[in-house]
Design a protein. Sequence first.
Length: 443
Amino acid sequence: MKKILIIGAGKSSTYLIEYLLKSALEKNREITVADLQLDVALKKINGHAAGKAVELAIDDTDARRRIIANSDLVVSMLPAFLHPLIAKDCLELGKHFFSASYESEDLRRLKEEIASKNLLFLNECGLDPGIDHMSAMRIIDHEKKKGHEITAFKSYTGGVLAPESEDNPWKYKFTWNPRNVVLAGQGMSRFIRNGKYKFIPYHMLFRRLEKVHFDEVGGFDAYPNRDSLTYRKIYGLQDIPTLLRGTLRRTGFCGSWDVFVQLGMTDDTFEMDLPDGFTAREFINAFLPFHASKTIEEKIYELLPSVNAKIMEKIKWLGLLEEIPMSKTKGSPASLLQDLLERKWALQPDDKDMIVMQHLFEVKTPEGLKTITSSLVCKGENQVHTAMAKTVGLPLAMAVDLFLDGTIQSRGLRLPISAEFYNPILNKLEEEGIIFKESTLES
């Protein structure tokens, strides 16, 4: 019997666990779900005969190592900063390690030892990173085999609301980790365009937008991700003149979010300690200049000329201009803003989220230049079975399944960017309704 250990039973693990349990009995596998909250783990296995729930505190070293030692393969669904802790245990105890998160420098330092022990440590096999890599590499490898030259590649992904659930002016709710949303884009974004390096500092990020359109669900604004340049090497496109990866939000979102960036309300570098009873209106006013008679609204318009009536409507809808007492008064500006946003942007039980992803390629062929557009639209079912959980959890589950079946035989520290990974996983994703639609325009 093969024993699979899944550490972390949060939102993103729903489809992962369900998929692996579905075939566990016929494939003689045991699925153990370990979480700090036993009731959460029990709920995820839902009484399945091949499932087992275990309570686990990650900082309990003996318990953690004991449960890993009793497994053949470990899937970490913990926050990314905890992956190295699990990975080092897996390496020492001789267990395979899988995650949906970015490959970290800590894991890269283990590369030689992972290979020497003939283990597979697979990272970036979720949505973004994950499905984006695999779907892009399928096109890149296909065009290269034809002898074609890829001269531009832009890739955009967004976790947003399905149109039928866009019931607020922002057309947005938290479908993923709220903290990551509030802190998104901080740092310097870098990419290459027409052979020229481009850098966008955080305070300009939500002003430097591109338009992206999907036939099925309409238009979005796109802002660049922090680092696009690294992917030239990952994708084997070292000499490409244009490469850009970005994040999608509904048109109008970024211009409104920029207000919080400009005021400093997304800052996470210092702690505020506000008096009890401090209100949301007082909170936003704390970031505005003092004036004896002007209202907060007037000061916003004066300080930020780009603010218009539609942007102000979004800010008002969030309740930030009301004398509502804050439930949290200690923490960084970003954490206090997040707390206020969670009141309004919570995903409701029947809400449907949506994943949108689009790759845009310019390809030079003997016949001329062609443009390839590859688009994915995936809608969730409800608050639990979200598109985000589906697109993060299923690729990882399928990679585990294919590896234990022997279809994937690679070892070492790996990303799913070779045909051995992307062909079977993308084929299985299509069976689950996660399908890219491609169109080609010759010029």
